[in-house]
Design a protein. Structure first.
Length: 132
């Protein structure tokens, strides 16, 4: 079923054009550890690649640590958000469901894996949310 959802999303004419003044986008990623079969997080890249918002300054992702570390294609995210349609982007924030010690040093890894964005002057920030 996950693949079917991705096919549907790929073939849609999804757009945020009516929201031309959109300045912040919040992406809630469900914790894939809770599923018997691991769903893909490709929908995030697909959605962002179909979005055109030249005023967007901040994208925030709420995501589980394991999904951020292993399942979210950060290099692909970096390429998509480096496109000129995101020319106003200033910050990418990760609200990570994790223990604080899990993120120690991880922000450096994020900056490395999101190098296209960092090279454009986009700030990368990660902080923890309470882990249940």
């Amino acid at each position: 079923k996950t693949k079917m959802c991705l096919v549907v999303l790929k073939n849609t004419n999804f757009t945020l054009v009516p929201l031309t003044g959109l300045r912040k986008l919040y992406v809630q990623c469900m914790n894939t550890v809770r599923f018997s079969t691991v769903p893909s997080l490709s929908w995030i890249l697909i959605m962002l690649s179909k979005t055109n918002s030249t005023h967007l300054t901040t994208v925030t992702f709420s995501i589980a640590y394991s999904d951020l570390k292993q399942r979210l294609n950060l290099e692909g995210l970096s390429v998509v958000l480096s496109h000129k349609r995101y020319s106003a982007l200033q910050r990418v924030v990760f609200e990570v469901e994790a223990r604080p010690e899990q993120l120690t040093g991880f922000e450096n890894q994020l900056s490395t894996r999101l190098s296209f964005l960092v090279n454009k002057g986009v700030q990368i920030h990660a902080h923890t949310t309470s882990k249940s």
